[in-house]
Design a protein around this ligand. Structure first.
Ligand SMILES: [Zn+2]
Length: 297
């Protein structure tokens, strides 16, 4: 057998296996797509991620100052939709040269964010605690805990904090590598108990991703996903961090990565979404700017 034949054979088999795996993964979520959402939503929640607000010049594709205007535009959609809550999925601010300057960035974007309708929720991103400590960020946005859960209109929501190093140390003040996000054992225990305590359809928010490996994935994502799957309650996970639209279905759970608000110049390069929740755990995502739409029955 020539090397070429061998190479082609291997390639085809790999291709076949990959297709097979994709079909299995799709099959698990297909049943949720059998019926499109109908009727009026029973709850609406605004979503934004990766604002990276900073009063500094653009770098590459990141236009830090423009996140203020983009957030106001998102706010118009949230007001029209009458959302009851807004969740920002992390990287709310970007690095400053000093703690005092970064606190000013946080104050600025927090004053804009707090004008949006409904209750506000914050997911910690690596950039939130790059210059600041967790305590400084949390107090800047009026939050007590970095991970928590709440109920709304028959749904259960969980906010996770993956800003911990592999040795369990919380991220803060440049003490970490951004490629080392972990959910430490104490939070895993809390999550297990929290999921056991609910019988409602559950939605999870987390900054770093649970559906991919390095460098964007949470290091112990497999263990977390096993818990989410075992609960039988989790229908979707919303993430940020890698800045691009992405979607995966793992074991019947939808994993959505929302597009970053900071990426690109001008209003057309915005990204935000309204999550519409329907009776029976159905979800539809209406995107603004470059955010993709989704609809799962
Ligand atoms: Zn980011």
């Amino acid at each position: 057998m020539s090397k070429d034949t061998l190479g082609l054979g291997r390639g085809s088999r790999r291709h076949f296996l990959r297709e097979g795996m994709m079909l299995t993964a799709l099959g698990a979520c297909e049943r949720f797509r059998a019926e499109a959402p109908g009727g009026a939503p029973i709850a609406k929640i605004g979503l934004v991620t990766d604002l990276h607000y900073a009063d500094k010049a653009p770098a590459g594709t990141r236009y830090y100052r423009q996140s203020v205007g983009k957030l106001r535009e998102a706010g118009l959609m949230f007001e029209r939709a009458k959302v009851s809550r807004v969740v920002e999925l992390g990287d709310f601010v970007d690095a400053a040269d000093s703690v005092s300057e970064e606190l000013r960035y946080l104050e600025r974007i927090q004053s804009e964010f707090s004008r949006l309708p409904g209750k506000k929720h914050y997911v910690l991103g690596n950039h939130c605690v790059d210059t600041l400590t967790k305590a400084e960020f949390l107090s800047g946005v009026g939050m007590e805990d970095s991970f928590l859960s709440f109920d709304e209109s028959g749904f259960h929501f969980v906010i996770l904090d993956a800003c911990f190093r592999n040795d369990g140390e919380p991220y803060g003040r440049r003490n970490f590598q951004w490629t080392d996000p972990n959910i430490p054992p104490s939070q895993v225990e809390w999550l297990e108990a929290d999921l056991r305590s609910t019988s409602k359809p559950t939605i999870v928010f987390v900054h770093q991703r649970l559906d991919v490996g390095e460098p964007y994935g949470v290091k112990n994502a497999k263990a977390i996903n096993r818990l989410l799957q075992a609960s039988g309650q989790v229908i979707a996970v919303f993430q940020g961090h890698s800045h691009e639209n992405d979607y995966r279905c793992l074991q019947g759970i939808h994993y959505v990565t929302l597009v970053a608000m900071v990426e690109g110049q001008g209003p057309a390069r915005n990204g935000y979404a309204v999550m519409n929740l329907y009776e029976g755990g159905r979800i539809a995502i209406t995107g603004g700017g470059e955010q993709k739409n989704y609809s799962w029955a």
